[in-house]
Design a protein around this ligand. Structure first.
Ligand SMILES: NC(=O)C1=CN([C@@H]2O[C@H](COP(=O)(O)OP(=O)(O)OC[C@H]3O[C@@H](n4cnc5c(N)ncnc54)[C@H](O)[C@@H]3O)[C@@H](O)[C@H]2O)C=CC1
Ligand SMILES: Nc1nc(=O)c2c([nH]1)NC[C@@H]1CN(c3ccc(C(=O)N[C@@H](CCC(=O)O)C(=O)O)cc3)CN21
Length: 305
């Protein structure tokens, strides 16, 4: 790597991806797309069946991936359901790592109102879980106050320290490297010691990104997207997160204490093209451009779908 070049490849190492039961059904074989052992998160979205998340985790394990299912605290009925869910994940898919989130339901379905309620239950340790991700919100959350987020993050740090369980933060997706770097520094100064995986949008059309940004309540950096919709033709062009990655790599390089460790890709139904693009970057098949990002070679037609 030449001096002054952002180290995009270092940033790409150990990347993870997210899938939903619905989008996994459209993937023929995860092992044919992703390096063996890649971490694949499986969502537990409101209104979906826990059995579907377990089934996808099982399939991921069989296809050589490391399944990391979501546990959405507010969607669970209580400790019994959590115990049954964990039992299924461990016995069917040998799961040892989970991502615990509050989850998008307005009113808790049962005894768990937030992530900490699940962590404090002791059920994760009892099930043999050794690594736990929790959510991060670089741009804040439409559902949670800033003080609520700060209190939750402190409690999660305390829990990690007290239990000795390996914990990390996985963020909401965001389009603005500056906002992410500023947030990382602010939570670090407030006492955060957990390593961070940054949520990054995969390759998708502007139209798809806008749709998901809306359903996920992504705030300020929506403007980065909506600014581009003035040119209507751009709605159907595929966007890559190249500028975001350059900005992050530069920021990490400039601050040796930065806790950003990995990227987590949200492919939004475009797993094949996202992975093809990641492969090009990992193979060093890209060149920086004058727009603060980089270009890869045009993707093969098969992966462009
Ligand atoms: N991949 C995904 O699906 C991701 C989803 N998220 C979203 O982030 C939010 C939860 O964030 P966490 O940091 O896990 O919160 P948390 O579980 O640590 O809770 C923090 C505080 O916010 C409140 N809270 C949590 N979820 C809420 C909701 N949906 N509505 C109103 N209040 C809520 C809790 O009662 C608590 O006081 C959810 O809306 C979740 O869907 C965040 C990251 C990734
Ligand atoms: N606050 C919040 N709420 C969320 O629901 C949420 C976040 N944040 N952050 C990011 C994740 C990613 N999310 C999602 C939600 C839905 C699909 C989904 O419906 N996927 C379709 C296929 C994609 C397509 O439409 O082509 C599926 O069939 O599962 C994917 C990711 C929701 N997420």
């Amino acid at each position: 790597m030449a001096a002054g070049m952002p180290d995009i490849q270092a940033l790409m190492q150990g990347f993870s991806v997210e899938t939903t039961p619905g989008s996994a059904a459209k993937v023929e074989h995860f092992g044919a797309l992703l390096p063996a052992g890649t971490t694949v998160n499986v969502t537990q979205l409101p209104g979906t069946d826990l059995a579907d998340t377990i089934a996808v985790a099982k399939r991921l394990r069989a296809e050589g991936m490391e399944p990391v299912p979501h546990i959405a605290a507010r969607s669970l009925e209580g400790e019994d359901e959590l115990a049954r869910y964990l039992d299924g994940l461990v016995s069917e898919a040998a799961v040892t790592e989970v991502l615990v989130i509050g989850g998008g339901v307005d009113r808790p379905a049962g005894a768990f109102a937030e992530t900490m309620d699940v962590l404090k239950s002791g059920r994760l340790e009892a099930a043999g879980i050794v690594k736990v991700g929790v959510a991060g919100h670089p741009e804040g959350s439409p559902d949670i106050s800033e003080s609520g987020l700060a209190a939750a993050l402190k409690a999660k740090n305390d829990w990690a320290r007290e239990t000795g369980i390996e914990c990390y933060i996985e963020t909401q997706f965001c389009f603005d490297a500056g906002a992410i770097l500023k947030w990382e520094k602010a939570i670090r100064e407030a006492g955060n010691a957990l390593p961070i995986h940054i949520g990054v949008p995969g390759l998708a059309t502007l139209k798809t990104l806008l749709k998901f940004a809306q359903v996920s309540g992504i705030g300020p950096s929506m403007r980065v997207l909506t600014r581009q919709t003035r040119n209507i033709a751009r709605l159907l062009t595929v966007q890559a997160p190249d500028r975001l990655l350059v900005g992050l790599a530069d920021g990490i390089e400039a601050d040796p204490d930065c806790l950003i460790r990995h990227l987590h890709f949200y492919p939004f139904g475009g797993l094949a093209k996202t992975v093809a693009w990641i492969d090009q970057v990992r193979a060093d098949e890209f060149a920086l451009n004058s727009k603060g990002g980089f270009e890869t070679a045009p993707l093969a037609a098969a992966a462009a779908s």
